[in-house]
Design a protein around this ligand. Structure first.
Ligand code: DOR
Ligand code: ZN
Ligand code: ZN
Length: 342
C-alpha cells in the first residue's frame, strides 16, 4: 500500500550551530521549509544574528529554506525587532527564562507586560509570536513548579496576551496537555498550536522510571498522561487547521544525555517524524488527514504557499538507525511500518 502527500514543513526545529549544525542539517531536508529556533549559546536576537545564522545554514546547504526566528530576550525593543523583521525574521520566540536549553536571557512570563511594545510591533509587522508556554517557578514564592504542571500554569499568561493582542498570530509550541489542546481549540483563529511526534507517543511513565530518567524520551515540556496523549492524537488527526506539525527536534551530544541531569530535547530526523506520523494516522484510519497536518495547515497559518512537490510512502518495514552522525534519534532501533520511497 502506498500514500502520496504534498511535501510538508517542520514549523519548529533546533538546528544548533557549529559541528552539531553540520551533523543534523542533512536530516531535516525532507521538509520544504523549517522554522529554525534561535536558542543558541548566544541567542539569535538582532538583525545581525539573524543574517549570520541564516548564512551559516545556507553555506552548508544553499537549497535549505529556513524560516528565521528571533528570541524574546531581556534587551528586546520594538526597533530591534523591526530590524530583525527587515532581515527576514518571521517568528518572535518566547522561551521563558530558565524554561529550557539556553534560555537564561529569556523573558519570564510574569514580565511579559514589560515587553508589550515589542509584541505590539510584532503584531504590526505580522510576525508570529511563538511560545514555549511553561511556568517553571512560581513568581511569588520562587518555588519550583512540577514539570507536569508547568503548561497549565502558563495558561493565565497566555490568556492575557491573547486578550491584549487580538491581531497577533500566536503559536502554542508543542502543546502537551488536554487542557491546552482544548484551550487552543476554543481560542480565536489567530491562535494555533504545533504538535510533535514524541508527544503523540510518549507518556510520563516512559520518561521517568523508578531508576531515573530515560534521557532519549526526555524533553520540555515533558510528556504527560494517557488522556493528554489521546487529546494530542485526536487534535492531530482531526483536520482542525489550528493544529500542525512542528517536530521540536532538539539534538544533544550523547555525553549531554548521560548522567543524573540529562539535557532536555528529543532528536527527530525528518524521515523518522514523517514515517512515524504516517503510522499514527494510518492506525486511526486517518491517512486522508495527514497532508492537512504536515503540509497545509501550518503553511496557511504562516501565510506561505503550499509546497509544490510530493512524497510517496509505502507500507514497508524499516528500522530507525541507532544514531544519525552520532546523535541518537527518537525511536532508535525501533521497527516502523512506513518507509519513504520517493
Ligand atoms: O526539550 C527541549 N529542548 N525543549 C525546548 O524547548 C528546547 C529544546 C532544546 O533546545 O534543547
Ligand atoms: Zn520549547
Ligand atoms: Zn523547541
Amino acid at each position: 500500500m502506498e500514500t502520496t502527500i504534498r511535501r510538508g514543513d517542520d514549523f519548529h526545529t533546533h538546528l544548533r550551530e557549529g559541528e552539531m549544525l553540520e551533523k543534523v542539517l542533512p536530516f531535516s531536508n525532507i521538509w520544504g521549509r523549517v522554522t529554525v529556533m534561535g536558542n543558541l549559546s548566544k541567542p539569535v536576537a538582532t538583525a545581525h544574528d539573524v543574517i549570520k545564522y541564516r548564512n551559516k545554514i545556507l553555506q552548508l546547504n544553499p537549497k535549505f529554506i529556513p524560516i528565521m526566528s528571533v528570541m524574546l530576550v531581556n534587551s528586546a525593543t520594538p526597533e530591534i525587532l523591526r530590524k530583525t523583521f527587515e532581515a527576514g525574521a518571521k517568528v518572535l520566540k518566547l522561551i521563558p527564562g530558565g524554561a529550557s536549553t539556553n534560555s537564561s536571557e529569556g523573558v519570564g512570563l510574569e514580565n511579559l507586560h514589560i515587553y508589550y511594545p515589542v509584541l505590539e510591533e510584532a503584531q504590526k509587522l505580522g510576525m508570529i509570536f511563538s511560545g514555549h508556554w511553561e511556568l517553571a517557578t512560581n513568581p511569588l514564592g520562587g518555588e519550583e513548579i512540577s514539570e507536569v504542571e508547568r503548561e497549565e500554569r502558563a495558561m493565565p499568561y497566555l490568556e492575557k496576551i491573547i486578550a491584549s493582542f487580538p491581531n497577533l498570530k500566536i503559536i502554542v509550541e508543542h502543546a502537551t496537555t488536554k487542557g491546552m489542546i482544548e484551550f487552543v481549540k476554543n481560542a480565536p483563529a489567530n491562535v494555533a498550536s504545533t504538535l510533535t511526534v514524541h508527544h503523540a507517543l510518549l507518556t510520563y511513565n516512559r520518561v521517568y522510571h523508578c531508576d531515573g530518567i530515560n534521557p532519549f524520551n526526555y524533553c520540555k515540556p515533558v510528556a504527560k498522561f494517557v488522556y493528554d496523549r489521546k487529546a494530542i492524537v485526536e487534535a492531530m488527526i482531526s483536520g482542525n487547521p489550528k493544529f500542525f506539525f512542528g517536530s521540536d527536534s532538539a539534538p544533544h551530544l550523547p555525553e549531554r544525555k548521560r548522567g543524573q541531569n540529562p539535557a532536555a530535547g528529543i532528536f527527530t530526523p525528518a524521515e523518522v517524524a514523517l514515517t512515524m506520523l504516517t503510522e499514527i494516522f494510518d492506525s486511526f484510519g486517518a491517512l486522508s488527514e495527514l497532508e492537512n497536518f504536515i503540509s497545509m495547515s501550518g503553511a496557511e497559518f504562516y501565510d506561505l504557499p503550499l509546497n509544490k512537490d510530493f512524497i510517496t510512502l509505502r507500507r514497508k518495514k524499516w528500522t530507525v538507525p541507532k544514531d544519525y552522525n552520532g546523535i541518537v534519534p527518537f525511536m532508535a532501533g525501533h521497527e516502523l511500518k512506513w518507509k519513504i520511497v520517493k
